[in-house]
Design a protein around this ligand. Structure first.
Ligand code: PXP
Length: 256
């Protein structure tokens, strides 16, 4: 298991590159190409601070063998996104990724729709989170930006929450989007107040990333689908470089 190799300067915003959709393209034809582990190596070379991969119950993109290879071949921390099931718990304990992000999962959904129902599932999640934390895995809960859900996450002993940015990214620009952004700003402030590390992700693009990256209490963004899609036009290295630049500018750096 690799731990983050960045000395996390107060203002630095980490970028976790999600490589799931490289595997989606591979699996559309079967076979080995394009290889998500090769994508992870490029991400490492172009400024990613971590690799994120979602091992879904139906293995529609990332496979068990991808997870094994990511652990063996990539010199960056792995953030394993997983549902709170017995099968995934066993896999996480076997691979010991740096981090595990617990997500809700429904077979019929196209992507992770909505955050984890922490309040409704608290009894199920409590021992689940504890087992992962006791194994030395940094647990994060993928949740809606709602202070009550943040409080429930804190009560479970998870050190990190990842705020679902999907509603903000999908909202038509203007008043609706500003309202969704304000929910994220408030939730990130609340996370800081109650001592939770705050991450964010889902649906972020070159356009939507800046207001999220400007929120100083967010420590990490996890971004995948847009980066992989953009890579078709400009190459993966260039797509990650531009995202990294926008994140740096949002944090007040010159973007070079
Ligand atoms: N964070 C979590 C918890 C996710 O489930 C996903 C999607 O797999 C992402 C971040 C990345 O979202 P996107 O691929 O839309 O950038």
């Amino acid at each position: 298991m690799k731990t983050p190799n960045v000395t996390n300067a107060e203002n630095y915003l980490r970028l976790g590159v999600n490589i799931d959709h490289v595997a989606t393209i591979r699996n559309a034809r079967g076979g080995d190409c394009p290889d998500p582990v090769r994508a992870a190596k490029i991400a490492a070379d172009f400024g990613a601070d971590g690799i994120t991969a979602h091992l879904r119950e139906d293995r529609r993109h990332i496979t068990d063998s991808d997870i094994l290879r990511l652990g063996e071949e990539i010199n960056l921390p792995l953030n394993l996104e997983m549902a709170a099931t017995d099968e995934m718990l066993k896999i996480a304990l076997r691979h010991k990724p740096h981090a595990a992000c617990i997500v809700p999962e429904k077979r019929e959904e196209r992507t992770t729709e909505g955050g984890l129902d922490v309040i409704g599932q608290i009894k199920h999640l409590e021992p689940f989170v504890k087992t992962l934390v006791d194994a030395g895995i940094r647990v994060s809960l993928f949740i809606e930006p709602d202070p009550l859900v943040l409080d429930a996450a804190k009560s479970l002993g998870a050190p990190v929450v990842e705020l679902h940015t999907g509603s903000y990214c999908d909202a038509p620009s203007g008043e609706h989007q500003n309202k969704e952004l304000q929910r994220i700003i408030n939730a990130a402030a609340h996370a800081d107040e109650i001592g939770l590390e705050c991450h964010a992700g889902h649906g972020l693009t070159f356009t939507s990333v800046t207001p999220i990256a400007e929120i100083k209490t967010i420590a990490e963004l996890n971004i995948g689908h847009f980066l992989v899609g953009e890579a078709i036009f400009v190459g993966l290295g260039n797509s990650i470089t531009e995202m990294r630049r926008l994140m740096n500018v949002a944090r007040g750096e010159d973007g070079k």
